[in-house]
Design a protein around this ligand. Sequence first.
Ligand code: SAT
Ligand code: MN
Length: 589
Amino acid sequence: MALTKNQNVLNWVDEVVALTKPDQVVWIDGSEEQLKALRDQALASGEMTALNEEKLPGCLLHRTAVNDVARVEHRTFICSQDEKDAGPTNNWWDPKEAYTKLGEMFDGVMKGRTMYVIPYSMGPIGSVMSKVGVEVTDSIYVVLNMDIMTRMGKAALDHLGPDSNDFVRGLHSKADIDEEKRYICHFPEDNTIWSINSGYGGNVLLGKKCFALRIASYQGKNEGWMAEHMLILGVENPQGDVRYIAAAFPSACGKTNLAMLIPPEVYAKQGYKVWTVGDDIAWLRKGEDGRLWAINPENGFFGVAPGTNEKSNPNALASTRKGTIFTNVVHNLDDNTVWWEGLDKNPPQNALNWKGEKWDSSTGEKGAHPNSRFTAPAVNCPCISSEFNNPKGVPISAIVFGGRRAKTAPLVYQSRDWQHGVFVGSIMASETTAAATGAVGVVRRDPMAMLPFCGYHMGDYFKHWLEMGEKLGDKAPKIFNVNWFRTDDEGHFIWPGFGDNMRVLMWILDRCAGKADAVETPIGYEPKAEDINIEGLDLTIDTVRDLLNVDKSLWKEEAKGIHEFYGKFGDRLPNELQDELAALEKNLD
Ligand code: SAT
Ligand code: MN
């Protein structure tokens, strides 16, 4: 039974039913009863395995096909009418051609299968910042994951209302999981996503990167708000005031760890606390008071399992102890639990690896896939913010960019103003180090950590950032850049990282409150070394000075790299950013 009278939704569902020809259509209402029946069905078919009810209540294990274990950027397309609107950093496909080609593949693809119609809300139900999507899929795995990652079911359709056409249409079929025919296509001008031949997370949970970043970034540009690849955290001081930070990092820079940071002793004993609002995506909008407000559009965490442990991120681990779906981890057959590299030092002896094969850890072969995941409900997180479901969101004091740089970027610096901050975000980059050969790291530019996720021309995206700054005026958050990954001459990290990153966040928040000094450098404002609290650390103030050092010759090289990168964007690169680059070069002379 359809769950809505909204004719726009009904017509679209009719269309995709006519195209894919499922045996039956099931509308997902979000009721526990319906979900239980689906879980039972997935257990009976072997699609999922139920885990130890005592140790991991309500948890399930799933294995994807071995050819289907990660997002596929080379098969991900932005299908805008005009090729130029996708920009130089996206794969473009003519929408007519894409609809035709994929239409042939979708034709009759659900014969013999059930189509699930999943209405969902990205963001708290009832928030003006939230948006509705409808995903149709032939995968129960998708339904059960969407239940964790979004607010799913009838409430989402009620939020949409009887007449609105403002919902994102997501069509997904596993088809044959054929990687040669795998396509993840976005039609930003039609609010539409078509995904076929994958059954893995980010390719098929269409609310996440596909909607909440690629489509939403395009919507945000047109509607005057922003969809960003950012965590959101709150720092509570001993008086109970909470200030919020939104931070963008490329993958493998510890975003989930920072979002769930455990304050070091020096702050914990004074009563400071850190609260998680989100670990991956932020939607940001100017509020009635003129400040920038943020919501996390998601309702759960789709986190990388390997490396997550009691020390690195106890809050993430705690989040996975109930109602969680594990994908591509090790199955411990002795007690019917899960394991992954870096969980502890005791790999199970009687176990199956992520492919479902008998696994012997002593061979040195990895048991869990490096991109294996947990899908965990946000409510499980011990440090989830009390504002997590607040429809107003939270006010953002600081925006933080960061990357993995061995030498160039200092521990922290602040942009001179919003425009300079946009420049700082646009030149974000991470290095890979070839440790074995000692070769210099390869720099991968990843502006605002949005390179794989910006649904339109990145030059226009920079322009939109500049316009948001104008709109916010002097109420705009301050913009910073951090680098936890500076190394010494032996290649060891100098800064301790993890919870101690709070020491840097505290300087950032003090700057926002007008309470901390700064010194001007060629790249922006830096703390005085003595203003980074190192109490309780095995680190001298001279080391902090080193961490803050700006090596002009390295930055001159950097400027060359930026020129080259900016060249890609042609005349869609805003002049303001060229000016900022020229200013940087002048400061370095
Ligand atoms: O697979 S997802 O895109 O959801 C997660 C990621 O790759 O960052
Ligand atoms: Mn991400």
